[in-house]
Design a protein around this ligand. Structure first.
Ligand code: 5IU
Length: 272
């Protein structure tokens, strides 16, 4: 199983430029941490990103939360992603028919495809959503994740839905070149769908070292539970890092604490 192969050796199992970039960064910076920057202004987001950048392989955004979105923000974000060496993931969760999502991805105010390395989509509309996004994203070397499971209580993305989401990607080679992984709580090769030599990245949100949940259904697991026990590749942490009390340094230190916890769990997994 790919959980026993080091991130650096999985690079050769990919052809998608974004997947290669993610694994290279993880290997180079020794980090499987993605920080989710869910603050309501672009200026605050940039402050957080500058503090956590050195510790992460990826920054996850929800740009529709910002009160002050402009393309100066995305230009600055792209610049920071190069300077601090991370990948940009706009967590857009597309969910419409192929034609609509291709427009939502490329157009409107946000023009996500022009700056975000990675985005994600629900599988609920069927494979047309992958084709619609791929039409825009693949020529740009972008990557897509499908949502196979969610961290929130009562999620309907379970059992057969999860399994069919994995199968949807495997239907055509075109999908496989653009879909580089899944948002999930568990490793998918457990369900024996992955052929030898195929590799997908598994990203898991709902991660906290001391958080236990919120009042709106979020559920948290530790980095160890995600990486070691469930075989996930990347942990996504939001409030656990940017929500920490204290001065500027507190956020930086907390990101580093999560990076170390995630990396230790990965090393233990390899040595199992
Ligand atoms: N997110 C989840 N759970 C999911 C999916 C996405 O929490 O199943 I798919 C997003 C929501 C938020 C971030 O942007 O990940 C987690 O933030 P907190 O660590 O602050 O809970």
């Amino acid at each position: 199983p790919t959980t026993l192969i080091p991130y650096g050796e999985r690079i050769k199992l990919h052809t998608n430029p974004t997947a290669i970039k993610i694994l290279e960064i993880m290997n180079r910076k020794k980090t499987n941490l993605a920080v989710s920057v869910d603050v309501t202004t672009a200026s605050e987001a940039l402050k957080v990103i500058k503090r956590v950048g050195a510790s992460v392989c990826m920054v996850k955004t929800h740009v529709d939360i910002f009160e002050d979105f402009t393309h100066e923000f995305t230009e600055e974000l792209v610049k920071l992603s190069k300077e601090l060496d991370f990948v940009i993931f706009e967590d857009r969760k597309f969910a419409d028919i192929g034609n609509t999502v291709s427009l939502q991805y490329s157009s409107g105010i946000h023009k996500i495809s022009s700056w975000s390395d990675l985005t994600n989509a629900h599988s609920v509309p069927g494979p047309g959503i992958i084709s619609g996004l791929s039409k825009i994203g693949k020529p740009l070397g972008r990557g897509l994740l499908l949502l196979a499971e969610m961290s929130s209580k009562g999620s309907l993305a379970i059992n057969e839905y999860t399994e069919k989401t994995f199968k949807m990607v495997k239907e055509t080679d075109l999908n496989r070149e653009f879909v580089i992984g899944f948002i999930a709580q568990n490793r998918i090769d457990k369900i024996e769908l992955i052929k030898k030599g195929e590799d997908y990245l598994i990203l898991s949100p709902g991660v906290g070292l001391s958080l236990k949940g919120d009042s709106l259904g979020q559920q948290y697991r530790t980095p160890y539970e995600c990486i070691f026990e469930s075989g996930s590749d990347i942990i996504i942490v939001g409030r656990g890092i940017y929500g920490i009390e204290g001065d500027e340094k507190a956020i930086k230190d907390e990101a580093e604490r999560y990076r170390q916890a995630g990396w230790k769990a990965y090393e233990e997994r390899l040595n199992r």
